[in-house]
Design a protein around this ligand. Structure first.
Ligand code: ATP
Length: 587
């Protein structure tokens, strides 16, 4: 009932259409009974009593009813289909809006396959329910009631004899559908595994080729392909087991009608016309019983899907978009005040521990540290991709949680380590954050990011379409395009997470010089592994195990002879250095 109530909130705008379509279902089902009644009348009046004059009116009536019923069925089917499609459209739209609202934590914990299943299979189960199950259920119930009523009025004994068989048909259908139901579920799961496997193979085709694992991949695919085939065969076998019995039972209905009905006719207890009518309504007893199991399956699928969709729609983001303060103008002051953080799925591991840090506009903060030390997590807190588990991150002196999150992010540009480019033109990719930007601005930012020269050398220049995730570009080229994309936003806070790791030192120096020209009013964070990337920063922090273990500028850090000093010397190729206490970065 809760599921019906839920789907009604989407469908109720079509209330009048639903009422009209339901009326048509009722009338069309009623008309179904008139046809066999007229058939009976034809036999009794025209054939038995010889009233030839009645032949044409009865035939015309029968034909008229068939045509009318077809028109009505067509109309209500179209109406329900349109309502179902519109409902599907709205639910999908709401799900997609929800996805845009959800935070990193949600995407960390939810499998892509599950989200895709909600967006496709589950929404389609809802459409199927609204477009087909609703009227088919009603139609079958009405047909059954009409058939039983007509039969009871003509001859209740024959009616009872026939009704006695129908529970058996219903029972067998339900058994068949309950055996088929888990198989259908397994087929869908198997299909989804097959899809995921193919998708992963395509995305990882370079790795497959590099490790010459084609044969292994084919074997893996064959196993999935075979599994899918086998599950379909299993499902077909269930139908094959029950269908002959069900067909035999349907024949039983005809045999009972002919034997018992024939006996009543011979005895003069029933007219031949009434026997014809009985025979004509048999399908109306048989069909609802045969449909019942499948309809129950569909209803269960609808309920299960509606629960899953509602679950996703009800999931709460940890980072609500709307907050107390509008962040239209932000200068870019950043402060970490004793900030600690752990991921929701791993509360035992403190990823950031008691971080305190201040940065003002115009300053550059360099962040260095071993891999996994928490550098990316730290900057993710500035853009509120996560909120601290204790302590406060302040932006312009205000707890970041108080700012309207999208407005806050409008002032922050983050070049992420894992670069994602859309399969679109390079120009559109660079202008992603500023859709109305003009081409000159795009080219200017590409020049600053040292990307302009390789873009213009491409056959289509800025109009070149890059493949999915930037296929066709080198790692360094992708980094430079994503840097240009960040600069386009003219942010107050610029965060570069390993942004120049794939470019050569000479290019990096060029980019740094260009960046210096435009970052004088911005707060810049640079995460890097190369000393050369952070050397000029106003403050450099060294992270280890979520803590800041060293801080200072290039000179003071070198003087400390700690981790920074060690890394600096190693990067210069000088491995025989002695480090002081500050070099302990493991605790
Ligand atoms: N979604 C997540 N769920 C649980 N733990 C995570 C998640 N993302 C990162 N971690 C863990 O948090 C720690 C810090 O990760 P983070 O990406 O911040 O490190 P990093 O210093 O940027 O590393 P790198 O230099 O390799 O990019 C790591 O131990 C990592 O395993």
């Amino acid at each position: 009932m809760a599921s019906i109530k839920w789907v009604w909130q989407y469908a109720k705008v079509y209330k009048w259409r639903i009422i009209f379509a339901t009326l048509l279902v009722i009338i069309a089902s009623g008309l179904s009974i008139v046809f066999p009644l007229l058939g009976g009348m034809l036999v009794d009046t025209v054939i038995d009593k010889g009233k030839i004059g009645m032949l044409l009116p009865i035939l015309a009536g029968m034909y008229g009813i068939v045509v009318l019923r077809i028109i009505m069925r067509y109309t209500y089917q179209i109406l329900f289909e349109t309502i179902g499609q519109n409902t599907l459209y709205k639910i999908r739209e709401e799900l997609y809006d929800k996805l845009q609202e959800m935070d990193f934590g949600f995407f960390n914990q939810t499998r892509v396959g599950d989200i895709m299943a909600r967006m496709t299979g589950d929404t389609d189960a809802i459409r199927h329910f609204v477009s087909w199950v609703v009227y088919t259920l009603l139609e079958n119930m009405l047909l059954f009631i009409a058939a039983v009523s007509v039969m009871a009025t003509i001859d209740w004994r024959l009616m009872l004899a026939l009704i006695a068989v129908t529970p058996l048909i219903a029972y067998l259908t339900m058994r068949m559908s309950s055996q088929a139901r888990p198989l259908f579920y397994e087929i869908r799961e198997s299909f989804s595994r097959l899809n995921s496997m193919v998708e992963e193979n395509i995305s990882g085709n370079r790795v497959v080729k590099a490790f010459t694992r084609e044969a292994f991949e084919i074997e893996k695919f064959n196993a999935h392909n075979n599994d899918y085939r086998q599950r379909n065969i299993d499902s077909a076998n269930v139908s094959r087991k029950y269908l002959p019995i069900l067909d035999a039972l349907a024949s039983c209905l005809t045999i009972i009608t002919l034997v018992l009905g024939g006996y009543f006719v011979i005895n003069g207890q029933m007219t031949l016309g009434n026997l014809v009518t009985f025979n004509g309504v048999l399908w109306m007893l048989n069909m609802p019983m045969r449909m019942s199991g499948w309809l129950i399956n569909d209803v269960q699928r609808f309920i299960a899907s509606s629960f899953k969709i509602r679950d996703m729609l009800d999931s709460e983001t940890q980072i609500p978009v709307i907050s107390e303060k509008s962040a239209e103008n932000l200068k870019g002051y950043v402060e970490f005040d004793d900030v600690s953080f752990h991921f929701a799925d791993d509360p035992e591991t403190e990823v950031l521990s008691h971080i305190s840090l201040k940065a003002v506009p115009g300053q550059t903060i360099g962040i260095l540290g071993e891999t996994g030390s928490g550098k990316s997590t730290l900057v993710n807190l500035i853009a509120r991709f996560y909120d601290p588990t204790s302590g406060v991150v302040k932006i312009d002196g205000v707890d970041a949680r108080k700012w309207h999150v999208r407005e806050l992010r409008d002032h922050i540009a983050l070049v992420m380590q894992d670069i994602f480019l859309f399969s679109d033109t390079i120009e559109e990719n660079i202008a992603f954050g500023v859709p109305d930007a003009d081409s000159l601005e795009v080219q200017k930012m590409a020049r600053i990011a040292d990307a302009d020269h390789f873009i213009t050398q491409m056959p289509e220049g800025y109009e070149t379409i890059v493949g999915e995730r930037g296929v066709g570009l080198s790692g360094g080229q992708k980094q430079r395009i994503s840097l240009a994309r960040a600069l386009m936003k003219d942010p107050s806070i610029l965060i570069l997470d390993d942004t120049t790791s794939a470019v050569d030192m000479e290019t990096e120096t060029k980019i740094q010089e260009e960046l210096d020209q435009i970052t004088h009013d911005k707060t810049t964070f640079i995460i890097a592994h190369r000393i050369s990337s952070v050397k000029e920063a106003d403050e450099i922090i060294i992270m280890a195990h979520g803590k800041i273990v060293e801080r200072g500028n290039h000179e003071t850090l070198l003087a400390k002879k700690g981790y920074y000093y060690e890394v600096y010397n190693k990067q210069l190729g000088n491995f025989d250095i002695e480090i002081g206490n500050g070099g302990e970065v493991n605790g």
